[in-house]
Write a protein that binds this ligand. Structure first.
Ligand SMILES: [Zn+2]
Length: 530
């Protein structure tokens, strides 16, 4: 039975249903995830009544006033200058990485207020849109929403183009979503209608709203459980835009260069160089991202927090300026998480991150604001190994991460800290878990005392490694054990970016990027419920 007919059978008396053999087949196939998803959406249609009402309300406003939540709150980043060269610099200095320290580090996500719009959601249900005094009734929200969700569940980014193509090429999908291909009652939507639906959902923060509600529901019903550890990382998507290199002088008069998205205007004036409308960035939020291997990408950046034991992403936020350092987005992302999922923050004890979070100030700030202990790998940049002249006899090298090597080239075994003496204690190198190298070492006379039978036990004062926390040093076994959970974020990001989305973007602007992230998050949180 078709997912929609099933809904109608349960809620409305009806006389006739079309039964197709492939609907039967799809219903019994566990691999047809999109079909299960559409069925789920129709069975739980009441969960989506508020966003549906918000959608109809936003559509009404859009048709009447040509405005949206996003536009009403400033829209694209604009410059007050009308001369292009001035506007270019103006917009550059307004960026978080262009010197504007007050700019938010993560994109301020537009979540519409959860108040009930005037078209009472109680009256809204699949197949019934709100009554309007004039004009044609709007296309049904549930049908369009189901089509977008189904395409995302197939592992493709649900752009209007992809949804259009799937609806036309896959009649089973169209029928399951509630359309009647070739029929007159619910014909397949036009390309333009799908574009308008996506735009209204995006510009009014409705993808975010639905996604957040899906995560909250999973937490409420215990499908996802809070964990003591959180994992964080950033990822990037390749931008759907080009860039120009802007030259400017910094405050000391030195010439500098920075990549920035091209400028555009939203008007259609013939002489754009002289018309009074403001210049704006054509792809707000895009920037140059430098990866570890010194490769450069022009893209958008997202800050993602997940739960490592269950392997589930909880927050995915667009970073305000992709060129900013990975650590900058962390406080904003945690703030967002605390606001929307307080139960996760209550349970969380520590955050596992990479070397980007290796800053004493950041660690202190996160401890103060969120009560989180940050465990991250030590950033070796700008820190040198200590050599033999600064170390106890027989020792050759101490790395910034606290790994100590003896002159025979073996790694010393970290034993713990001696708080009374203010030192880290190391033991002899361990072979196969038990045996020690010291007894048979040819360099023994230069390292150990003559009567030493237990092997070398050097100590390193805390001051030699000022950037490490003696309470939680990264060379401790406990720390290493915890950090084994950290790669979970790589798998989470892979799922979001490659299995339930696309690494290439199809639209410009950070609000569209946020919608891309929201759709992947929604698909993930629907999928674990099916
Ligand atoms: Zn103009």
């Amino acid at each position: 039975m078709n997912a929609l007919t099933e809904y109608w059978c349960e809620t409305e008396p009806c006389l006739l249903h079309v039964l197709e053999s492939d609907d039967h087949y799809l219903g019994g196939d566990e691999n047809a995830v999109w079909f299960m998803g559409v069925k789920y959406l129709y069975q739980h249609w009441a969960d989506f009544r508020l966003p549906a009402a918000q959608y109809y309300e936003s559509l009404y406003r859009f048709n009447k006033e040509k405005t949206s939540f996003y536009r009403a709150h400033g829209g694209r980043r604009r410059s007050g200058k009308t001369v292009k060269a001035d506007a270019r610099l103006d917009l550059l200095f307004d960026r978080p990485t262009g010197g504007n320290e007050k700019a938010p580090k993560v994109e301020a996500v537009a979540v519409p207020p959860e108040k009930v719009p005037s078209c009472v959601p109680g009256r809204i249900r699949p197949g019934r849109s709100p009554w309007r005094p004039a004009g044609r009734p709007p296309e049904d929200f549930y049908r369009l929403f189901a089509a977008f969700a189904a395409v995302q569940l197939m592992g493709e980014e649900s752009t209007p183009e992809a949804v259009f193509s799937h609806l036309h090429n896959n009649p089973s999908l169209a029928r399951a979503c509630g359309f009647t291909p070739g029929g007159e009652t619910a014909p397949l939507p036009s390309h333009r209608l799908l574009q308008q639906f996506d735009q209204i959902m995006t510009e009014n923060g409705l993808w975010t709203m639905i996604q957040l509600e899906a995560v909250k529901k999973n937490l409420r019903e215990g499908t996802v459980k809070p964990e003591p550890n959180l994992v964080h990382d950033t990822t990037h998507h390749l931008a759907f835009s080009g860039f120009e290199t802007v030259k400017y002088e910094d405050e000391n008069g030195r010439e500098k260069k920075k990549s920035q998205s091209h400028l555009t205007k939203s008007c259609r004036c013939a002489d754009r160089d002289r018309c009074p409308h403001p210049w704006e960035l054509s792809d707000n939020g895009a920037g140059t991202i430098v990866k570890h291997d010194n490769k450069y990408y022009w893209g958008h950046k997202a800050s993602i927090i997940g739960l490592p034991d269950q392997g589930i992403p909880m927050v995915a936020l667009a970073v305000a300026d992709a060129a900013s350092h990975d650590s900058q987005s962390l406080p904003g992302t945690l703030e967002f998480m605390k606001k929307h999922f307080p139960e996760l923050m209550t349970e969380a004890v520590r955050l596992l991150d990479d070397s980007a979070a290796d800053s004493a100030d950041l660690k202190q700030q996160l401890h103060q604001d969120f009560g989180l202990e940050v465990n991250g790998s030590v950033n070796p940049k700008r820190r040198q190994n200590l050599g033999p002249e600064e170390l106890p006899a027989g020792m050759a090298k101490l790395t910034p991460a606290g790994y100590l090597y003896c002159q025979a080239g073996y790694e010393m075994d970290f034993l713990g800290t001696r708080n009374s003496a203010g030192t880290y204690l190391y033991g002899p190198p361990v072979k196969n878990g038990e045996e020690r190298y010291c007894a048979e070492c040819p360099l023994k006379s230069r390292c150990c005392r003559k009567n030493n039978a237990t092997g070398r036990h050097p100590t390193i004062p805390f001051e030699a490694l000022p950037h490490l926390s003696p309470a939680n040093p990264p060379m401790a076994k406990r720390f290493k054990e915890r950090m084994k959970k950290r790669p979970a974020i790589e798998r989470i990001i892979f799922q979001l970016k490659c299995r339930l989305g696309d690494r290439y973007l199809h639209k410009r602007g950070n609000h569209n990027y946020q919608a891309t992230l929201d759709k992947s998050m929604l698909a993930f949180h629907l999928l674990i419920r099916l």
